[in-house]
Structure formats: C-alpha cells, structure tokens
Design a protein around this ligand. Sequence first.
Ligand code: 5GP
Length: 134
Amino acid sequence: MATIFTRIIQGEIPSYKCAEDENFYAFLDINPIKKGHTLVVPKKEVDYLFDLPDDLLGKMQIFAKKVALAIQKAFPCRKVGQAVLGLEVNHAHIHLIPLEKEGDMIFSNPKLKFTEEEFREIAQKILANFEKAE
Ligand code: 5GP
C-alpha cells in the first residue's frame, strides 16, 4: 500500500507545496513546530532515509539545501535546521525548520495552528523563492 507521502506526491491527498523537481517534493508539515516547517521527500518510496542509494541521497541533500535557502528568504531566521526522525511516517523525509534558538528544534514543542489560507500563503512564499532561485 502506498505511503501517505506517496499519496500526497501523487495529489491524492492535498498538501501545501513548497518545491518540486523530478525526484523530490517539499511541502509544509501539517503539524508545524515553527512557521515554515517543511518536509522534503523523495518520490521514490523508501522507508529509511539512510537506505536511499548514495546518488539519490546526495541529490536529496542538494534539493533540501535549495528549499532551506528559499525558506530563509521567505521567513528570515538565524539558520534553517535539518532533522531526520521518520518514526511516524515510513517514507524517508527531511524536516527543515527555521531557527532562532536551540529550543525551536524540539519536536515535543506545542504544534502551531494555521488556517488553510495561512498555510497556503506560507507555502506560496517558499515556492516563489525556490522558483526564483532555479
Ligand atoms: P516523523 O515520521 O519524522 O517522526 O514525523 C512525520 C511528520 O509528518 C510529522 O511532523 C507530521 O506532522 C507530518 N505529517 C504526517 N502526516 C502528514 C500529512 O498527511 N500531511 C502533512 N503535510 N504532514 C504530515
């Protein structure tokens, strides 16, 4: 059975798209711990990030870098943090999170709530900066 992220990539489940290329898709985490919290996923369905073949993992990191720079342009912050958990969804993904302080990266922090319109605006800002840099 397809993972929830595959169903998102295929457009079967809606998402707030932040970036895309032939191999990867980036979209807003639905339970963000920071405004701009984004997930980067490979279109190839692999459970564990570190099981990805080296060439794809390398390309994914470069794609994630471009997304991180777009996030930082859209939402100025000290740095964009990167994390790999994968304990909830068995489809490899990288979390990108705008940071001001160490505590911004704590996944047990309360989740932020945004309206659909706010989610759309956040994603659109990131996507615009990603596309501008392409
Ligand atoms: P992890 O597997 O890295 O522990 O957590 C999975 C992440 O995916 C969580 O932060 C969760 O909020 C996010 N997530 C789970 N299901 C969905 C979904 O259907 N849509 C979106 N946009 N994010 C999801």
